[in-house]
Design a protein around this ligand. Structure first.
Ligand SMILES: NC(=O)c1ccc[n+]([C@@H]2O[C@H](COP(=O)([O-])OP(=O)(O)OC[C@H]3O[C@@H](n4cnc5c(N)ncnc54)[C@H](OP(=O)(O)O)[C@@H]3O)[C@@H](O)[C@H]2O)c1
Length: 340
């Protein structure tokens, strides 16, 4: 596909369970002309995210059928009638799933990228984007992780998971345990990313595997960043120490199937152990964006941490990238480079 013509992904059917490629269509669209107060952006990178799955069910705030989908993106301004944006500016905005977008500075989160020297563009949709911000808010605000504490994170090899591992290490966590969906991911966590222990949740009951991983470090954890829900949450509640904290970020085990899972069956342990369980929504933490960048950019520059992305090449792989992410094909944050 050439970007001389615009393309957008439309949802054309409501999925039941896992979505399939038949639920989407690539639609050719005229490249829009900016009206006064707007700028035309040629998208460079798109983010495909678990929350998109929920929006695909429709209902209030959900995606409408037959219109371009929305998502985080970074792109370059190619024509501007917005006095705040100049041709050539790199911007973050939410009009992804398409090759070209009309945006207005300050509207729907559209902002100019700070363009830190030595930081790749991918970082702005991964560890410096909503993904990293979620992990940062979960650790520094919701769970208030302290130096020397032990942490468990689920979906640890994904976007929020890898960001959580990096940030927790920088904050001085003692042991970091992760769960993921394959032996290769487990090896990546303990090998490349410096996790102290990791396990494949397919290999046995999550609670037992987590208890074993924690026992190797003396037993117990202080903080759980939950990306998965269900049996992961139940296992973590069992292993958390008194006064432990759960930052509940997501429940991907529920997004494509049973929305009322059997687990956790041990919720009352929250009382027995004086635990704190609190939900995290990144949109309530956008005020931390500058703080996140100041905290992480020196470590990205020095190479101490990476951006951790899987990048699909070409806009026509957007749907495939989204479906692949739901099935666990990604290491780090799943992105799409518009020009393959
Ligand atoms: N609250 C917020 O504001 C906020 C913001 C961003 C993200 N989130 C949530 O954070 C979580 C991670 O998001 P992300 O963008 O970083 O995605 P991600 O972790 O990069 O990708 C999703 C991963 O989920 C795992 N997965 C899929 N089905 C699973 C299942 N049944 N059980 C366990 N793991 C499963 C897959 O890895 P495996 O191979 O390991 O299975 C897949 O790679 C999601 O729950 C998302 O909704 C919340």
């Amino acid at each position: 596909m050439t970007t001389q013509t615009g393309y957008a992904v439309h949802q054309i059917a409501r999925p039941t369970g896992f979505p399939t490629a038949d639920d989407f269509a690539y639609v050719r669209t005229p490249v829009p002309t900016p009206a006064p107060g707007t700028a035309l952006v040629h998208n460079l990178l798109l983010s495909v995210d678990p929350y998109h799955r929920g929006l695909m069910d429709g209902g209030e705030g959900g995606f409408e059928l037959g219109t371009p989908l929305e998502g985080r993106a970074v792109g370059r301004v190619v024509a501007s009638r917005d006095p705040g944006l100049a041709e050539g500016d790199l911007v973050f905005h939410r009009r992804g799933w398409r090759t070209h977008a009309l945006v207005t500075l300050g509207v729907d989160g559209t902002r100019r990228l700070r363009n830190h020297d030595g930081v790749p563009l991918e970082a702005y949709l991964s560890i410096l984007g909503g993904t990293g911000l979620t992990a940062y808010a979960a650790l520094t605000r919701t769970a208030a992780l302290r130096e020397g504490e032990d942490l468990f994170v689920s979906a640890a090899a994904g976007g929020v998971g890898t960001a959580t591992g990096h940030i927790a290490r920088l904050l001085g966590a003692r042991r970091i345990i992760g769960s993921a969906g394959s032996a290769a991911k487990v090896a990546h966590l303990t090998g490349e990313l410096g996790f102290d222990a990791a396990f494949d949740y397919h290999d046995g009951p999550v609670g037992e595997q987590l208890a074993q991983a924690a026992a190797a470090g003396g037993g117990g954890i202080d903080v759980y960043v939950d990306n998965v829900g269900g049996d992961h949450l139940e296992g973590a509640i069992d292993v958390l120490r008194e006064f432990g904290r759960i930052a509940w970020v997501g429940a991907i085990s529920m997004y494509n199937g049973d929305r009322s899972p059997a687990a956790p069956r041990n919720l009352f342990e929250v009382v027995h152990k004086s635990l704190r369980l609190e939900g995290v929504l990144v949109r309530h933490h956008t005020n931390l964006q500058d703080e996140l960048e100041e905290f992480l950019v020196p470590h990205l520059r020095s190479g101490r941490i990476g951006t951790d992305t899987t990048v699909a090449q070409g806009f026509d792989h957007t749907v495939e990238a989204f479906l692949g992410m739901l099935h666990g094909d990604n290491l780090g944050k799943m992105l799409v480079r518009v020009e393959g």
